[in-house]
Ligand binder design. Structure first.
Ligand code: PLP
Length: 444
């Protein structure tokens, strides 16, 4: 089976570990660009990159240069895009609870589009300057995608968007028309990690039928119909539909409904995961190997903080040993050397089920049942595949670990840090201890 996921070869891994240590996020620019070009070649409509998947400014810059707009879900993501040289008019702002300050910031820089999620938000828009910005409505098309509950968003019972069947979507269109808001289009995003397009097709068809209804009832012409993101990636054994087939099936389903009513909106998609996930790996060093209750535990220098997805919704990944302890020992300063392998332990643990665990103060399992060599040792380096999306963007400082750097492998093969590692000083810079608590006096 063709496996397009990016993986490091041992020479690259050795150089990265020597220069940057672990844990480390790594992204491959060539893989990113190849995937982006596949989307562009497959879809005639408008494409945006959903920044939430990986909002490093350099990644957003690459997406923009490959012809993508940028979908942002917050002021922070918008600022990251602007910092990456993306013009505000190429950005679309989402979010189901945008603050007035965020909306005002987006309008002040001339964001291209804002997608309204609910009536409370529409109320905030009244009197604001939309001269440079177009408005879309996020609709809940009542589609239940076959994916994890936490990444299902298009169903009826959802916090996202105006319900079509409940009538809120129509009331929102009227609200905009009555108040002169610059409504140009509609949007939905039914869910993520979809391996085939049936849910997105159903969402797109619901949007198309709604657009026809609004034309008939109010004479409102939909100019932009955005079916969101959602295409899945290979984490373990998944085989997502090829990008070209996925895009074609959405257009084939939606177009006839629009054509029949004489509507010709620009069709839009905003993939996130499928553009970046497979271009990334995360490098870890094994710190401990132990046996407990008939199981082998392999513990790495990452986990919940640098990627919460396994803990959030049981996400699974594939992991491979890319360097063994002996390869690594001549790369590291003597002070960081790990103890020599324990031969007794190696013999005992043959064939035992193995759990890959993190270093955090939770049972942070990275992979429940992982296939790793019997002779895995402290000091070995592992690469976890398909971590380009929703890893660094969801990272935290739990246990006060500074967040790791992201290195981009340029198409020339050069390594460039696009997000440097946080430092302990940066974390401490946020602390403010009232002076009296610092005074040296007896504790009561
Ligand atoms: C509004 C919106 N658009 C696009 C995306 C990107 O989805 P995916 O990464 O599954 O392609 C999301 C993800 O949550 C989203 O909420």
């Amino acid at each position: 089976m063709n496996d397009p996921r990016f993986r490091l070869n041992p020479a690259q891994a050795a150089e990265l570990v020597a220069q940057f240590g672990t844990p480390l996020y790594v992204l491959d620019e060539a893989t990113l660009r190849t995937t982006m070009r596949a989307y562009r070649a497959s879809f005639e409509g408008r494409l945006s990159f959903a920044a939430k998947a990986n909002p490093a400014s350099a990644v957003l810059a690459i997406a923009y240069r490959e012809g993508f707009g940028i979908d942002v879900a917050s002021e922070g993501e918008l600022r990251a895009a602007l910092y990456g040289g993306v013009p505000a008019e190429a950005c679309t702002m989402h979010g189901n609870n945008k603050s007035l300050a965020e909306i005002q910031f987006a309008l002040s820089v001339g964001i291209g589009e804002i997608v309204a999620d609910n009536f409370s938000e529409l109320d905030k828009f009244i009197g604001l300057d939309f001269s440079m910005t177009r408005l879309l409505l996020r609709l809940a098309p009542g589609v239940d995608p076959i994916t994890h509950e936490k990444i299902s968003t298009g169903q009826e019972d959802t916090k996202f968007g105006f319900s079509i069947s409940g009538g809120d979507a129509e009331r929102a269109v009227k609200y905009c028309l009555d108040r002169g808001l610059p409504l140009v289009g509609i949007h939905c995003h039914v869910g993520s990690q979809l391996l085939e397009p049936s849910a997105q097709i159903a969402g797109g068809e619901a949007l198309a039928r709604f657009a026809v209804e609004m034309l008939t009832k109010y004479g409102w012409r939909c100019e932009l119909l955005n079916v969101g993101g959602g295409l899945g990636v290979r984490y373990i054994h998944e085989e997502p539909m090829p990008i070209a087939d996925y895009c074609a099936s959405i257009v084939t389903a939606v177009k006839p409904i629009l054509d029949a009513a004489g509507l010709d909106p620009v069709l839009a998609q905003e993939p996130g995961r499928s553009l970046v996930a497979e271009a990334g790996v995360t490098l870890y060093t094994v710190g401990a190997v132990k046996l407990a209750a008939g199981r082998r535990y392999v513990v790495v220098d990452g986990g919940l903080a640098e990627n919460p997805r396994p803990a959030l919704y049981g996400a699974e990944y594939a992991v491979e040993r890319v360097l063994s302890h002996s390869d690594v020992s001549n790369l590291r300063p003597a002070t960081e050397l790990t103890p020599a392998p324990n031969p007794l332990l190696t013999g005992e643990r043959m064939g035992l089920p193995t759990r890959l665990s993190g270093r955090h103060c939770e049972t942070d399992t990275l992979i429940e049942d992982v296939d790793l060599p019997d002779d895995i040792q402290p000091g070995d380096v592992l690469q976890k595949l398909a971590t380009g999306a929703y890893s660094s963007s969801m990272a935290s400082n739990y246990n006060r670990y500074p967040r790791p750097a992201t290195v981009l492998i340029r198409t020339t093969g050069d390594f460039v840090v696009i997000q440097r590692a946080e430092t302990h000083d940066e974390l401490l810079a946020r602390e403010q201890v009232p002076a009296d608590l610092l005074q040296t006096k007896e504790r009561s």
